[in-house]
Ligand binder design. Structure first.
Ligand code: CO
Length: 131
């Protein structure tokens, strides 16, 4: 079951550059980590009950690298906090929606994550994340 907006993922060319905007608003980067399996460096910026996630590609040939090449920097995905990613994925699949991976995979912050193809979810790439 999904419970809240966990974070908004934003594709950036450089976390060092992009963070300046948020810091000018008085927000702070809480953590920066690399998720090698996704080819991405992730900066988390807490914002009230949710977070902004800045995504910088580690190499051009990665999901975020390809997104940047095609569309430039901007909103990449919306992440919903789930109490059970596997069950939510199964339910979406049964309802005919396009779930990208067979099984949840490790994401930032030690979460288990799954993605829903934007073609089947109104043009929005959704991430489901379970702590
Ligand atoms: Co995310």
């Amino acid at each position: 079951m999904v419970k809240a907006v966990d974070h908004v993922g934003i594709a950036v060319r450089s976390i060092a550059e992009a963070r300046k905007f948020y810091e000018a608003l008085g927000l702070e980067v809480e953590s920066i980590e690399e998720v090698e399996s996704e080819g991405v460096r992730v900066a988390m910026i807490p914002l009230g009950p949710t977070r902004i996630e800045l995504l910088e590609p580690l190499q051009a040939d990665s999901p975020v690298g390809r997104f940047l090449a095609k569309r430039g920097p901007g909103i990449h995905h919306l992440c919903l906090a789930s109490s059970d990613v596997r069950a939510d994925s199964a339910q979406l699949r049964e309802s005919g929606f396009s779930v990208l991976r067979d099984e949840p995979t490790p994401g930032a912050g030690g979460h288990r994550v799954q993605f829903i193809h934007p073609k089947s979810s109104g043009g929005v790439l959704y991430e489901l994340a379970e702590e």
